[in-house]
Design a protein around this ligand. Structure first.
Ligand code: FMN
Length: 352
């Protein structure tokens, strides 16, 4: 029987970016192979009505999604359902194609189940990604489109990058995400200020009725994060995704001093910030929690702290394709223990 442990031994012999490219090739093939796809989907994709909910008018069969950055060019959407994900987020895409930062730019720390990346939005550009997306959309699982500005676009023109991306992707996605929280595009996080956020979401709301969410970094003071979220919500944001990777390099001994850390080292930091956001914002907007989630227990805690949906990326590298099914099964067990018959009863339970 196929075991991820043996595959992992081979993949981990390659540098992380090469391993990612091999995995991408395998997942693209899986997406095209009907029998293998159906087999994996039957095994991993949990569609228990207890986990099903409508968010932004769209049905999510389970609350565990793939976080942005894994499927930057929308080439693996079909395979993600076979891995069990209830939704997927493509991107970050930029208006023009870009190569990203110099290599090596991705590092893994297996003993800490953590990853560090300084990819810098390497992607094929909005035109090509949209072409890929159009082959699939609308799909069985909801698709989010995560958008960012080009590295060469000066801050004063950032708004027009986001404008062109919203126009391009609004018809071929179920929700959009504004990414200004990556640490790997110079000065991008400077856009995490109330003035820019207000301008951005006011402009966005005039362009489309599609839900648009803001993804924030974990490296902000709680009050600053709350204020920023309020600016976004008041200007029309449909939700908040917290969090992106961290630049707190104290979390992994001897890690690189650039890029963003994710995976197990981020669980506490991202979870703590999310808890505070939940206390303030639960009931006022849709909250999605991401950062170091690898188990049903952690996902369930985030849900009870106010997350309607959760996402994961780094843990997939260490746990493999059975992870999403296990998370969903554990959420169901924990819901049963608490006596909940639908996930909506668990969302924000710690805050009621
Ligand atoms: N987040 C984005 O919003 N856009 C990206 O393009 C993006 N690229 C990423 C690339 C890598 C290699 C990794 C590890 C993460 C990336 N992320 C990106 C951040 C993830 O979406 C997620 O917010 C973060 O990794 C925390 O979740 P995790 O601990 O489950 O990985």
């Amino acid at each position: 029987m196929f075991s991820y442990d043996s595959l992992k031994k081979i993949l981990f012999k390659f540098d992380p970016e090469t391993a990612h490219n091999i995995a991408e090739y395998g997942l693209r093939v899986l997406g095209k192979c009907k029998i293998a796809k159906a087999y994996m989907q039957k095994k991993n994709y949990i569609t228990d009505p207890k986990l099903t909910q409508k968010v932004f008018g769209v049905t999510f069969a389970n609350p565990v999604g793939l976080a942005a950055g894994f499927d930057k060019n929308a080439t693996m959407i079909k395979a993600m359902q076979s891995l069990g994900f209830g939704f997927t987020e493509i991107g970050t895409m930029t208006p023009k194609p870009q190569d990203g930062n110099a290599k090596p730019r991705m590092f893994r720390y297996p003993e800490f189940k953590s990853v560090q990346n300084a990819m810098g939005f390497n992607n094929k550009g909005a035109h090509k990604v949209l072409k890929n997306l159009k082959k699939v959309y609308p799909f069985d699982i909801p698709i989010g489109a995560n958008i960012g500005k080009n590295k060469t676009t000066p801050e004063e023109f950032a708004l027009s990058d986001y404008k062109s991306l919203i126009k391009k992707f609004e018809e071929t996605s179920d929700y959009l995400v504004i990414n200004i929280s990556s640490p790997n595009t110079p000065n991008l996080r400077d856009l995490q200020n109330e003035k820019f956020i207000t301008e951005l979401f006011t402009m966005a709301r005039e362009l489309t009725e599609k839900p648009i969410l803001l993804k924030i970094a974990p490296d902000m003071e709680v009050q600053m994060a709350i204020n920023l979220c309020y600016s976004a919500i008041n200007a029309g944001a449909a939700g908040i995704i917290a969090t992106n990777t961290t630049i707190d390099y104290s979390l992994v001994p001897n890690c690189q001093s650039f890029g963003g850390l994710s995976g197990a080292c981020l669980t506490q930091k991202s979870g703590d910030l999310f808890k505070e956001l939940g206390k303030e914002l639960f009931g006022k907007t849709v909250l999605i929690s991401v950062g170091g989630i690898s188990t049903g227990a952690e996902a369930y805690e985030r849900i009870k702290n106010g997350a309607t949906l959760v996402q994961s990326y780094s843990a997939l590298i260490f746990e493999g394709p059975s992870m999403v099914r296990k998370i969903n099964e554990e959420i169901l067990e924990l819901m049963a223990k608490d006596g909940y018959s639908n996930i909506s009863e668990a969302i924000g339970a710690n805050l009621k």
